[in-house]
Design a binder for this molecule. Structure first.
Ligand SMILES: C[S@@+](CC[C@H](N)C(=O)[O-])C[C@H]1O[C@@H](n2cnc3c(N)ncnc32)[C@H](O)[C@@H]1O
Length: 185
């Protein structure tokens, strides 16, 4: 993660979860009961957030003896070159057992997740009660349709409670968006 941060801070800005947003997200996830064991990411890019999720889930599930019960991050990425980069980072950081990168469009990968990986509660209807949907870049470049849909609170038996966490400063807001699944059809 430091290598990616160095690149972002010194060479080229990349559209990735900032450390401030990751810290804010960790605080939100740490409050969940039970704590998350599985995280599915749509769009891994070069792996900054995927590596952070893997580290976070391991931390959440570590017992007092330091043993970690099984946790899994599935990061779905369309571009083969990015897939190689994420897998490389996962290998060198010792996270490849926790972080699985799925190559291809996330629509197909979500179907594979259910068919092949035994993740029962994730399908294209996606979520169960207690799940949390984390969304980045909803304010800039923006995802107005997504915000409108989720913040309307759900339809067809779905109920979402949404929260915008602002990690920005007085001049500019910088939002991570959370949608808590409260009811499913
Ligand atoms: C903003 S970047 C993700 C940043 C990453 N989550 C982070 O914070 O480090 C978006 C990524 O989504 C990928 N992408 C776009 N459409 C996709 C799709 N349909 N399925 C899977 N990945 C997709 C792009 O190739 C790009 O790498």
């Amino acid at each position: 993660m430091d290598i990616i941060d160095y690149h972002v801070n010194n060479i080229q800005r990349l559209m990735i979860f900032s450390q401030r947003k990751l810290d804010a997200t960790e605080k939100v996830l740490a409050k969940l009961d039970p704590k998350p064991k599985v995280l599915v990411e749509l769009g891994g890019y070069v792996g900054k957030s995927a590596l952070a999720w893997a580290t976070m889930l391991q931390k959440f599930q570590q017992n007092s003896q330091g043993n970690v019960s099984e946790v899994k991050v599935f990061s779905m990425e369309l571009e083969p070159d990015f897939v190689k980069i994420i897998r490389g980072f996962a290998d060198i950081s010792g996270l490849s057992g926790t972080l699985e990168v799925m190559e291809g469009g996330s629509g197909d990968s979500l179907k594979r997740l259910k068919a092949e990986k035994g993740i029962e509660h994730i399908d294209l209807g996606l979520l169960r009660k207690g799940s949390v949907v984390i969304a980045d870049n909803t304010d800039s470049p923006g995802a107005p349709d997504y915000l409108k849909y989720m913040e309307a609170g759900g339809e067809g038996g779905w109920k979402f409670r949404c929260d915008r966490v602002d990690v920005g400063d007085e001049k500019d807001s910088d939002i991570v968006h959370f949608a808590y699944v409260e009811e499913t059809p």
